[in-house]
Write a protein that binds this ligand. Structure first.
Ligand code: TYM
Length: 332
């Protein structure tokens, strides 16, 4: 089976709707036809300050949500990044073939570092995309299902794979991003021109997978719309309604047109009520299952340990090959 790799940062107690639609939905569908590796990227999370106790908890919670959303940890390899030391090792090697300017052009780095200021920005944040490249290349992944915001990082990964291969001989598989056009970007319900994000300043427009259904309903009913009163898709003119239509279509598998038709002549209130039911019905069982898994952290930790063993086997073999190619003396 072709290899697939993807991951998420454990940077909040709950995943948000954008993570679910942009990534998890695809993961779930693709796992049957791929040898899939899904990581909880705790090493990426520490590129900004984390509370140690909370990080540990968020890591478990993220893993539990993968499983609850339908990732099967006995068919796919679902593990914690820091459990496999090869990620740090390959990242170091790739750092040495990454241009300073090349890394400085990454838009996520530019945005985050501009917000924090140069002194508060860590070298780790700068090297973040290189670690991501290491994640992907260690597993010979052919495809990387992600949301649109990760496109540039996967492009960098391709460049680094090709550069290493041409300098040291064929070693890495050059991966391809897999980004669904319709659902690539979910926007904040309160400011529908910015991406929905775990690290948003206000959580009023962020729908969390683990929110109580009543909270989810309220957030959707309060979503920013417009005064035109027609449920129709127009990304520039009607960003709020367009975002809600995208969410509706992604979660039901229906076309935007059929939803526009259903709500033709009806108000935004009806439309939002319909959407709220769709989201609550999708998330309620996921939430229940995640909380159940979290009630037995020892069992969850055992699952993660088993999966880390499987990941290590693949990663160490790739690492050995890479060390050999670059001319490191083999330990006798
Ligand atoms: P992260 O943790 O920010 O997000 C996890 C996944 O969710 C997608 N996503 C969205 N999709 C649509 N709309 C949104 N509003 C939205 N917000 C987030 C992201 O595109 C991503 O697919 N660098 C990665 C984690 C990572 C990784 C990897 C991914 C580390 N190593 C290797 C793939 C392969 C990140 O920070 O994702």
């Amino acid at each position: 089976l072709p290899r697939l790799y993807s991951g998420m940062q454990p940077s909040a107690d709950s995943l948000q709707l954008g993570n679910y639609i942009g990534a998890l939905l695809q993961w779930k569908d693709l796992q049957a036809s791929h040898d899939a590796f899904f990581s909880v990227v705790d090493m990426h999370a520490i590129t900004v300050a984390q509370d140690p106790h909370e990080l540990r908890e968020k890591t478990r919670r993220t893993a539990a949500q993968y499983i609850a959303a339908g990732i099967d940890p006995s068919a796919s390899t679902l593990y914690v990044q820091s459990h496999v030391p090869a990620h740090a090792e390959l990242a170091w090697v790739l750092n040495t073939i990454t241009g300073f300017g090349e890394a400085a052009r990454m838009t996520q780095f530019k945005d985050k570092s501009a917000k924090q200021g140069t002194e508060a920005t860590s070298v780790g944040l700068f090297a973040y995309p290189v670690l991501m490249a290491a994640d992907i290349l260690l597993y010979d992944a052919e495809i990387v299902p992600v949301g649109d915001d990760q496109r540039q990082h996967v492009e960098l990964t391709r460049d680094l794979a090709e550069r290493f291969n041409s300098r040291f001989g064929d070693t890495f598989v050059v991966p391809q991003a897999m980004i669904l056009k319709e659902s690539a970007r979910v926007y904040d319900l309160q400011s529908p021109t910015s991406k929905m994000s775990k690290s948003a300043e206000s959580h009023a427009g962020v729908v969390w997978l683990l929110d109580e259904p009543s909270v989810t309903r309220k957030k959707i009913m309060r979503a920013v719309t417009d005064t035109d009163g027609v449920v129709s898709f127009d990304r520039d003119g009607k960003p709020g309604i367009s975002n809600l239509l995208t969410i509706y279509a992604s979660l039901t598998g229906r076309s935007i047109e059929s939803i526009e038709l259903e709500y033709d002549g009806k108000g935004y209130g009806d439309f939002k009520k319909g959407l709220a039911e769709v989201v609550v019905e999708t998330f309620a069982p996921v939430r229940e299952r995640a909380l159940e898994l979290l009630s037995d952290p020892a069992e969850l930790d055992r699952i993660l340990a088993r999966n880390a063993d499987r990941a290590s086997e693949v990663a160490e073999a790739t690492m050995e090959k890479a060390y050999d190619r670059i001319g490191f003396l083999r330990r006798a």
